[in-house]
Design a binder for this molecule. Structure first.
Ligand code: XMP
Length: 513
């Protein structure tokens, strides 16, 4: 839980849009947290929110086992906004009548505003709103009246006459409701009275205090990968407790060119952090010898990492905590954005914590990726770290298709370096979600000068994505692709052909293995 700041509590009834409510709210500089609908009244009181939003959800309130919230939340003197299922729940708990609709109302609807005093302040007339619900509110609970209607429903939005309770049948958090953000803004500022002073600086300050209070004089251990999440978490903890944090950086021999050196010079050098570098490349590479199956590669790399880390960790005295860079989407149960990296990361770290009998510290577990980046900037991490593309745990092993050898890794590294260099120079690195090269186990014929060549093929991949669950291939300019191809074939011995991957996800995946 984020400490020391006024907060909005979002009770999650399982809507696919719940995370968006938190995002929109935080964009309005109000600190919001999502918790499961059944956390119980005591937890809610302890949380002491300035406002509560009941999210949408897939259930029907008319179902016998429909998820409920304690009715007492309406006795706490806290403003409540029910969205979609949340509105029906509010109506149900406060004595309104909800009936099963003949058919599900889904998609755009036109709502006429009937009252502009609070929630719809500054708005007027007809509004496009996005609906997605089965049940229908037939009679408002006592004390409530309609403040917006659609053709199909006289109660598309309702409010209590005196108390700060509002319900809306549509989703204000999605882009399909163009004035949805203004409605949320009205709820947060006009109804709840939030100050709107939540910034990443306030997050950093409250985190530093929380970390210091929790850790005391104990030692904290952390695996540093060079990725955004672990870098930001490590910087934050180091800012809080200095030398009591020890980072372990495992060089598995599967990193990109110069990466190990860069990580060491930044953290150990520039930030004066305690970083232990373990060179385990020989071990990883010898275990990978002869292995071509992608899942087998992962099954070797994951446990080998754990083995190396645990061995090193056991040498460090007085450690009580293991820190990790878990983010919000990894945490929330109803998440729809869990990519394989999140699952793998979480899995890894739980295992490490258990094996070492350490408690977990997860300072970023309340944050979305863009907020983590903002914290990174706040902590003075360089732009190229904060805006770094994701890089898979198994590293280049899953980008050298087929057997992973020192020679093939080296060929891939050289090509990848050229690709990223050109991409950055052309201003495209920051415009794509992830970009990398894959060395294919395919040889083809070419000519260079007067000579016939028979060499490797390289695939170049760049994709756009929001959350890695789906991705589109990036439409890089032809002249940039041409330049990359020329440079790679001209400069990297062992590659005589370059292809560009134009497969989206689905049906492809981002990585090739
Ligand atoms: P795919 O290939 O499944 O990748 O579309 C989605 C995202 O996850 C990354 N990825 C991994 N990350 N360990 C990781 O830590 C893995 O085994 C792994 N496999 C894929 C991939 O780079 C992309 O960002």
């Amino acid at each position: 839980m984020i400490q020391g700041h006024e907060k909005l509590l979002i009770l999650d009834f399982g809507s696919q849009y719940t995370q968006l409510i938190a995002r929109r709210t935080r964009e309005l500089r109000v600190c919001a947290e999502i918790h499961p609908y059944n956390i119980g009244l005591e937890k809610i009181k302890e949380f002491a929110p300035r406002g509560i939003i009941l999210s949408g959800g897939p259930a029907n309130i008319t179902d016998p086992d429909a998820p409920m919230a304690p009715k007492e939340i309406f006795d706490l003197g806290i403003p409540v906004l029910g969205i979609c299922y949340g509105m029906q729940l509010m109506a149900h708990l406060l004595g309104g009548k909800v009936a099963k609709a003949q058919r599900r109302e889904y998609g755009y609807s036109r709502m006429e505003i009937d009252d502009t005093s609070d929630l719809f302040h500054g708005l007027s007339g007809g509004q496009d709103v996005w609906m997605s619900h089965g049940d229908r509110l037939e009679t408002a609970p006592p004390g409530f009246s309609g403040i917006g209607h659609t053709e199909g429903s006289t109660l598309a939005a309702m409010r209590h006459g005196e108390r700060p309770f509002f319900g809306i049948q549509f989703h204000p958090e999605v882009a399909h409701t163009p004035n949805g953000a203004a409605m949320l803004e009205n709820f947060l500022f006009r109804v709840c009275g939030f100050a709107g002073d939540w910034t990443m600086r306030s997050f950093v300050e409250s985190s530093l205090e929380t970390i210091r209070a929790r850790v005391g004089d104990a030692g904290v251990l952390m695996a540093l990968s060079g990725g955004v999440d672990s870098s930001v978490a490590a910087r934050l903890i180091s800012e809080a407790i200095g030398d009591k944090l020890t980072c372990i950086f495992v060089d598995n021999g599967l990193l990109r060119q110069g990466e190990a050196e860069k990580v060491m010079s930044m953290y150990a050098g520039h930030f004066h952090m305690k970083v232990i570098k373990v060179d385990a490349s020989e071990m990883f590479l010898s275990r990978l010898a002869g292995v071509t199956d992608p899942q087998k590669k992962r099954k070797i790399i994951g446990p080998s990492f754990v083995e190396v880390f645990v061995k090193e960790a056991e040498k460090i005295p007085d450690v009580k905590f293991l820190a990790q860079g878990t983010l919000y989407p990894d945490v929330i149960e109803s998440t729809h954005t869990k990519g394989p990296s999140a699952v793998i990361k979480t899995h890894h770290n739980l295992e490490l914590g258990d094996m070492l009998h350490l408690d977990l510290i997860e300072p970023l577990r309340e944050l979305f990726k863009d907020e983590v980046r903002a914290v990174g900037e706040e902590l003075g991490l360089p732009k190229n770290v904060v805006w770094r593309h994701p890089f898979p745990g198994p590293g280049l092993a899953i980008r050298v298709l087929g057997e992973v050898t020192v020679e093939r890794l080296e060929i891939l590294r050289q090509a990848d370096t050229i690709f990223l260099e050109e991409l950055t120079k052309a201003g495209w690195y920051d415009k794509v979600w992830q970009a990398f090269c894959v060395l294919l186990p395919v040889k083809s014929v070419g000519v260079m000068g007067d000579e016939r060549t028979y060499e490797n093929t390289l695939a170049v991949r760049a994709v756009n994505s929001r959350d890695a669950m789906t991705a589109d291939w990036a439409q890089l300019p032809y002249d940039l692709l041409g330049k990359i191809s020329n440079r790679v074939v001209g400069e990297v011995r062992g590659i005589n052909r370059v292809t560009y991957d134009i497969t989206s996800k689905p049906p492809g995946t981002i990585e090739w293995e």
